[in-house]
Design a protein around this ligand. Sequence first.
Ligand code: UFG
Length: 329
Amino acid sequence: MKTILVAGGAGYIGSHMVALLAERGIDTVVVDNLCTGHQQAVKGARKTYIGDLRDGDFLDTVFAENEIDGVINFAAFSLVGESVTDPLKYYGNNVAGSISMLGAMRKHNVKRIVFSSTAATYGEPEKQPIEETDRTDPTNPYGASKLAIEGMLKWCDQAHGIRYAALRYFNAAGSNTDVTIGEDHNPESHLIPLVMKAALGQRSHIGIFGDDYPTADGTCIRDYIHVRDLVEAHLLALEYLEREDKSGIFNLGSGDGYSVKQIIESARRITGKEIPAKIEPRRAGDPSVLIASNKKAAELLGWTPKRGLDEIIADAWSWHSSHPNGYEG
Ligand code: UFG
């Protein structure tokens, strides 16, 4: 039986991946050190191994005990701000974890990996929408650590025939209301979950980080993509690697941009809550606009996002209103 190994399967996006694989009847094993993930978020994996990717003996056991056909690697630290103040934490975990994973794949002759990359590899974009061939010049160590891994993947493809799909995520949000899993970060720094917390009254207001950007309403524009659409692209990427026997880098975004103010407005309409907002200073390092071109993923993977902003916010609201304290209840 073909088995997919999901590293970081207890995290926000990884757990949605596991749920999709289960829905499709695909045998799945998870590895996670539960450093930021939640055991309760893993629904449908045959087995979960608790351990760290950087532990080579641990990974060896996982590969020896299962017939792994492909790897999807979500395991990483992902706080942009923290990466600036503690770069070694990011290189140490993200890059070293991937080195260890690629080493185990090489040893056990596993030839396919889907890797979670990020729009942060681009830094300040040259143009909109952003295409995969645009300049990559990260403005923080988080993006730099992911770009370093993309480089490593390229060389491992050449040297060892390990085919990879590096998926550059834009802004993932939403939840899976069928199996009831959602976003639970501590601390939370992302806009949509924080807006939900303001709607629940857990925060007095949502701070809008700057209203003097060169955009129509002065607030930053981002490309929000439903987490369920996002994980569907990973499955298509695995199929692409098998079918084409060729590596590739793909943006995963909707192709549409929404401002911070538009997100808050939509959330007010969908939740029926007032959601007080206050203009606050800009957050360092925020580009004014980030919108993906998703043409390449559409053409080569056959991926088209199906869920729009209203569904993203409605599903986020469903999760947060039923789990005001995340997985703690
Ligand atoms: N924002 C606010 N108030 C908040 C939180 C966020 O106004 O309380 C704004 C931000 O300034 C930004 C937008 O809302 O303009 C979205 O911010 P998020 O923190 O939700 O997401 P980012 O766009 O900063 O980050 C995302 C991913 C990162 C990735 C980055 C690439 O979450 O992992 O895109 O640039 F690195």
